[in-house]
Design a protein around this ligand. Sequence first.
Ligand code: FE2
Length: 375
Amino acid sequence: MSKTLMATAPNTETDFLPLEGTDYVEFYVGNAKQAAHFYKTAFGFQSIAYSGPETGVKDRASYVIRQNKLTFVLTTPLRAGNPMADHIYKHGDGVKVLALRVQDATKAWEETTKRGGKSYMEPTRLKDDSGEVVLSGIHTYGETVHLFVERKNYTGAFMPGFKEWKTVYNPTDTGLQYVDHCVGNVGWGQMNKWVSFYEEVLGFRNILSFDDNDISTEYSALMSKVMSNGNGFVKFPINEPAEGRKKSQIEEYLEFYDGEGCQHVALATNNIVETVTTLRDRGVEFLKVPSSYYDELLGRVGHIDEDLEPLKELGILVDRDDEGYLLQIFTRPVEDRPTLFFEIIQRKGAKSFGKGNFKALFEAIEREQELRGNL
Ligand code: FE2
């Protein structure tokens, strides 16, 4: 057992990369029009902005959707034979950009590239009648990138190049609030390289570590380290497969994504029972743990405010740490490849990630891996 929890008090004086949170998550997908419809219908996002041939962008179409502080961009290439089309051919649908809000995107780029970050986009000033947005970016694991977004006075729908997307189809929201954390899966022996990357290039700290003794089942294992920025608004756990008797879920991901990439995005809610009930009714599929999980639950986590019955019915998991408890549930992969999925999480004081659920959860994933013939 090697769990370590360290202080995460913000230190703005020395933070060379002050982050205000996640600005948006951009997915490269095979059909952005249909993907936007799925996230609106199933997850309750609203139409915000569009960019494509009609707005003068000739090589792609992008749909921006939002729910509270959560913004997704769904982008698809319009032709073959370009890096975006190659990305989708290789990886399938997946996360391309984890965009971080900053006060100064030029400084963010300078500070990170001088510390060894590989530039993806030099500081770029975008302007239209609604104001100005500055973007810059660096590469992270696999083909994933971080963009730094400075949007001080911008009053338009999303950013220059996009027009407001108005539609009569506006499904109600599902109570999702913001990005809690985004997890990356990296290859064998690569975790510490990426831990150092987040420490040295972005000034993050390793706030929690799990080794294969913490995260192993009868068959498979993984290791994980949670990286956090100074104010704790941005958290990136990093997973690496570990040796087990059978193929771990991380290896399955790496095989089907054909490389390293974002494994899951955790979406926060203030009422997980209501949110998950709505998501389920709208067709979102969740992983199920055996009902025996609930027999020992209250003995393990103590008193919780929620009734046990709806948690059991929906398959919501609970874990407690020194500061409180959390409720969480994981979707099945949202594409046919067993790659990207979502976590729905409600924190009631707890700042951890549900270690007490790892075993039950990974056994549930392994049952699905076995059905796919990938265990
Ligand atoms: Fe998570």
